[in-house]
Design a protein around this ligand. Structure first.
Ligand code: DAH
Length: 342
């Protein structure tokens, strides 16, 4: 051990005092110390000869040694590169630089971030789940058993080798995954991509994005649900937005509702976008069904909660005046760069 350490010390001194004269000498340094058959590797290999009680200390010394060599290499490389690789050719630092185009966020990301950020202000935290999901988390645990008719509305893509594995049809799977952890209370917002076996058109696509919300605690009521969502739409669309809840059906909530907002384009007068109704549906919601709580090992006598799920593309279309959902996934830079200042 002593002997190895004194060798390491000598090599360290050599590294510290090294200065590369050109790209070749730097390369020789790299091969000598950091190469596959280099000194650092060889010294590290000595670990096997070190007594067990000294291994930790030896390991630390060796990590420091490796770092020293790497840092030296990096700083010398930067210096040599600046000198033009050590060749006699001089760089003219007064030449204009090569412009780097700055990218911009995708409109779906912008909308997703806006939604998430509003709920974060209400102390919701972000949770994510897998896009490749099993049948339990996507359907069964959400109270949709195998023969449930609602499964047809969400036909998806299955793996031919294992029909129990599928591409998730909604972000509601994250509800189950978080509830299974049983760390209550739960107050989460879950953005993500989802898939459906649908014909692609200007209004629908085989993949799109959703944001799911879930709040589970003692004494959570439908009034909390309404107030939370009302706060959200006012922050998102402005103070004068109106909301209405229509009774609906989802297997995983009871009671269930769909929430509409007054059409932001015609301000409720009726236009083509709201199909002359003055209202736009933006999300589904409800009180978490007791069966769902039970499926996740949560006592429905003690805990209640609400959940909601909304699409991201639809509000993005409205907000940015886009008329075709396919533009979101065509990756046409001429379309995407229009959002750079947003
Ligand atoms: N998962 C539903 C869908 O994709 C949306 C939804 C409705 C989510 C009601 C919810 C909910 O959490 O409570 O159509």
């Amino acid at each position: 051990m002593e002997e190895i350490l004194s060798q390491v010390k000598a090599y360290s001194e050599e590294i510290t005092s090294f200065t590369a004269t050109d790209a070749d000498s730097l390369e020789q340094f790299r091969i000598r110390f950091l190469g596959v058959k280099g000194i650092v590797k060889a010294m590290m290999g000595e670990m096997k000869n070190v007594p067990v009680d000294q291994k930790k200390e030896f390991g630390q010394t060796m990590n420091g040694f490796k770092q020293l060599a790497e840092e030296k290499f990096t700083t010398e490389k930067e210096r040599i590169d600046l000198m033009g690789g050590g060749s006699s050719e001089q760089i003219d630092f007064t030449l204009p630089g090569t412009p780097m185009p700055t990218g911009s966020r995708h409109p779906v990301t912008l909308m997703r971030n806006r939604i998430v950020e509003i709920f974060q202000r209400l102390s919701f935290t972000v949770a994510e789940g897998p896009e490749i999901e099993d049948d339990w988390h996507n359907f069964t645990a959400l109270n949709l058993d195998e023969n449930h008719p609602a499964r047809d509305m969400q036909d998806t893509f299955y793996l031919s080798t294992d029909p129990a594995i599928l591409l998730r049809t909604h972000t509601s799977n994250v509800q189950i995954r978080e509830m299974e952890k049983q760390q209550l209370p739960i107050r989460i917002i879950c953005p993500g991509r989802v898939y459906r076996n649908e014909t692609i058109s200007a209004r629908s696509h085989c993949f799109f994005h959703q944001v799911e919300g879930l709040y589970i605690d003692e004494n959570v009521s439908f009034a909390d649900l309404k107030q939370t969502l009302y706060f959200f739409v006012r922050e998102m669309f402005g103070e004068d937005v109106k909301v209405r809840f229509r009774p609906s059906y989802f297997p995983f909530t009871e009671p269930s509702a769909e929430m509409d907002i007054s059409c932001q384009l015609c301000k409720g007068d009726g236009c083509a976008v709201c199909k002359r109704t003055g209202w736009l549906e933006i999300l589904g919601c409800g009180m978490v069904h007791p069966n769902v709580l039970k499926n996740c090992g949560i006592d429905p006598e003690k805990y209640t909660g609400f959940a909601f799920g909304m699409g991201v593309e639809r509000p993005a279309l409205l907000k940015y005046g886009i008329t075709d959902i396919r533009l979101f996934s065509e990756n046409d830079v001429r379309f995407l760069e229009q959002f750079s200042g947003v």
